[in-house]
Design a protein around this ligand. Structure first.
Ligand SMILES: NC(=O)c1ccc[n+]([C@@H]2O[C@H](COP(=O)([O-])OP(=O)(O)OC[C@H]3O[C@@H](n4cnc5c(N)ncnc54)[C@H](O)[C@@H]3O)[C@@H](O)[C@H]2O)c1
Ligand SMILES: [Fe+2]
Length: 381
């Protein structure tokens, strides 16, 4: 079976190996004449990025790139990017990369036509209605990792460089007009990034599935997303050139982001402050804190996890699922504790205070109190 398709849910998705070749066509179709390709520093010199710029240039769209993007991108990257967008007279953004390049690219397109500061559009209540919807430049997204699902998401995660907090910036028009999911682009990911991003996709599906809100569509997607990760992440990790496994992981990533419209939970609430303060990899951080959060949530999720385990072909209900998560982490070289990622115990109070007000905390099936967050951090570090 060839894994190639055109989907229009939740946006136009051009899925299949080699489909990066269509990049310029899709840019033109959404009205771009002079796009700015936004990616992170690491990717800026890689052949897949050069190829994307070649495709744009050959079609007469220029080869402008902005790559001053940190992992866990921040407001300074955003400001510089908006300046580059305006100075260059650009009319659209090709958001290219992992979550960092995608999130910053989307945010640049959004902020290119706003007058208020970015923090006014945090994902709180109806703050997004403050934005001028006509000020948002079109976005074509091209993921190069398979994890965050930002390519089909309506939010960007931007770190406030003053307060070292990760803020979710939301607007429905953050959803790219077109997304090209070409699994060949993910072949060059180092093993540790394959593992970390794959575990981010798994965390999105798992937390969405466990969140208490009513959203049966997301519930179903979350379950199948977990199955794809279970079947294909170990394969993609073992052999990075396994295109079938890479393709299914790309689907799982997009599915995780669609699913988490239902909510996330404490895995992300703990992971966000750690990432903002220690600049750790987001997905890897999620993978480390996953088992303690599962145990913490057990009283509220035991029945749900038992059903999920049955669907995934895991025997033993909640305990079986828990052991599976531990085995998966081991297989992917995920460390057992955050200390292995450079996290110390000296800032637990501060991180706990940040975790309980993180926008994801409200989706956790058991209330994440300050005390609970502290205990979880002690255990995780
Ligand atoms: N918008 C959302 O809904 C959402 C959801 C989850 C996470 N995030 C955010 O996404 C970011 C993390 O994204 P990520 O996990 O994709 O990592 P990333 O984008 O930070 O990339 C990690 C590293 O992998 C490299 N890389 C990326 N693709 C590669 C490839 N194909 N070949 C070789 N190297 C490659 C990058 O250069 C970088 O060094 C965090 O900032 C996180 O907060 C956003
Ligand atoms: Fe995530």
């Amino acid at each position: 079976m060839s894994i190639t398709a055109n989907w229009s849910y939740p946006t136009a998705i051009k899925f299949g190996a080699g489909r990066i070749a269509e990049l310029a066509d899709h840019c033109k179709a959404v009205g771009m004449k002079k796009p700015l390709l936004v990616t992170d520093r690491g990717l800026s010199t890689m052949p897949i990025t050069k190829n994307a710029l070649d495709i744009l240039e050959a079609a007469g769209l220029g080869r402008a790139m902005f790559a001053e993007v940190d992992p866990n991108p921040n407001d300074k990257n955003l400001e510089a990017g908006v300046k580059a967008f305006k100075d260059g007279g650009h009319d659209g953004v090709v958001a290219f990369g992992g979550g960092s390049g995608l999130d910053l690219g989307k945010a640049i397109a959004f902020m290119s036509g706003q007058t208020r500061p970015v923090w006014d559009f945090e994902d709180i209540g109806d703050w997004w209605t403050r934005a001028n919807p006509d000020g948002i430049a079109p976005i074509v997204a091209v993921p190069t990792t398979a994890g965050t699902g930002s390519e089909v998401g309506r939010a960007s995660v931007i770190t406030n460089s003053e307060t070292h907090t990760k803020k979710v910036i939301f607007h429905p028009k953050f959803l790219p007009s077109v997304t090209i999911c070409d699994p060949e682009l993910t072949v060059g990911m180092p093993k540790v990034i394959t593992a970390g991003t794959g575990m981010d996709a798994f965390a999105h599906c798992l937390e969405a599935y466990c969140s208490p809100f009513y959203h049966p569509m997301s519930q179903g997607i979350a379950l199948e997303g977990m199955r794809l990760v279970k079947e294909y992440l170990p394969r993609a990790y073992k052999d990075g050139t396994d295109i079938e496994a890479r393709a299914h992981m790309m689907s799982a990533a997009a599915m995780g982001a669609v699913a988490f419209q239902k909510g996330l939970g404490a895995i992300h609430s703990l992971s966000h402050p750690v990432g903002a303060i220690y600049n750790t990899h987001h997905g890897m951080t999620n993978a480390v804190v996953m088992p303690p959060v599962l145990t913490f949530n057990r009283p509220a999720i035991e029945a749900k996890i038992t059903s999920a385990a049955a669907y995934l072909g895991i025997a033993g209900g909640f305990d079986g699922f828990f052991d599976y998560v531990l085995r998966l982490r081991e297989e992917l070289g995920v460390p057992d504790k955050l200390s292995a990622l450079g996290v110390g115990t000296d800032r637990i109070d501060e991180m706990s205070a940040m975790a309980i007000v993180d926008p994801t905390a409200g989706g956790n099936p058991v209330e994440l109190t300050l005390d609970a967050a502290k205990r979880l951090f002690v255990e995780c570090i």
